[in-house]
Write a protein that binds this ligand. Structure first.
Ligand code: IPE
Ligand code: IPE
Ligand code: MG
Length: 262
């Protein structure tokens, strides 16, 4: 657990050629459907197929954590019919897939303020997390009604509630990080955004501090194992310096903690 929560700004994490944690903004569903003269929501249904393919490939490649952005805290601004469709699709697929996740030894976690989706979803999420809690092949996290700023603020509220008389000097990464919604996972090594936009859209703001950012024009429903392999190849060629120089890396100073360096 301690190892999982290592901070990339306090210590240099161990780096392998395959990312340990992959975080994806699954974007482009609407455009995929519009291009085919279909309603936008048809793109969301098709996007589920891509989710299956990517989960399967991550298992094959021994990725430990896969985090998917399904619905942002800003997506409530969409037409109510689209929001309603997404909510129903989410509930339906959770009901359909949970047994299969458990069979495949995949632990499901949800992050985001789920209360706004209503009790059918919160109860199903609770059931699914409980059913898969001991699975350890891959941790699949779905972010729904999630926002990076919300995450930092909710962590701050929880941390302060535990220690209301805290001296401001006591505020540190170690003080806040255990309350962030992904405290159980290492920071993402690789971020992927499909659909051509090059922005973070309020995804894991804190956790992306040293993540490698990969953008592709492929629309999410067209993303598959081969596209994921391309992203992994790109990732394997990155030099992850975490503030150090290339020469230091060549000397093999990885991993190292900040306290070792001073
Ligand atoms: C991403 O696809 C899925 C969600 C945000 C739920 P979009 O629906 O944003 O698709 P585009 O960007 O409009 O094509
Ligand atoms: C980001 O996609 C959120 C999800 C994929 C769930 P959006 O399509 O909502 O992002 P913006 O609005 O284009 O930045
Ligand atoms: Mg979009």
């Amino acid at each position: 657990m301690t190892q999982a929560a290592t901070s990339s700004t306090l210590a240099v994490p161990a780096v392998g050629s395959v990312p340990r944690h992959v975080a994806i903004i699954m974007d482009g569903n609407g455009r995929w459907a519009t291009k085919r003269f279909m309603p936008r929501v048809a793109g969301h249904s098709e996007g589920l197929e891509a989710v299956r393919k990517v989960v399967e490939e991550c298992v094959k490649q021994n990725v430990e954590y896969l985090t998917l952005f399904a619905f942002s805290s800003e997506n409530w601004r969409r037409p109510p019919e689209e929001v309603g469709f997404l909510t129903k699709l989410f509930l339906k697929s959770l009901r359909k897939e949970v047994a299969r996740l458990a069979e495949n030894n995949i632990r499901l976690k949800m992050i985001g303020d789920l209360s706004r989706f209503g009790s059918a979803i919160t109860e199903m999420v609770e059931f699914s997390e409980e059913k898969t809690k001991d699975c350890n092949r891959l941790t699949l996290t779905i972010a729904a009604n999630y926002g990076g700023r919300w995450d930092i603020l909710q962590a701050m509220q929880k941390a302060l509630a535990q220690n209301p008389h805290l001296d401001p000097d006591g505020i540190s990464e170690e003080w806040l990080a255990p309350h962030l919604s992904m405290a159980y996972a290492p920071e993402p090594d690789l971020f992927i955004r499909t659909g051509g936009e090059q922005r973070v859209s309020n995804f894991l703001l804190w956790q992306l501090a040293y993540t490698e950012l990969y953008f592709t024009d492929i629309l999410w429903p067209d993303f598959d194992a081969a596209e994921l392999q391309k992203a992994f190849l790109w990732y394997a060629q990155r030099e992850r310096r975490f503030g150090r120089t290339s020469a230091q890396l060549a000397e093999g100073s990885n991993p190292i903690s900040l306290s070792d360096a001073v």
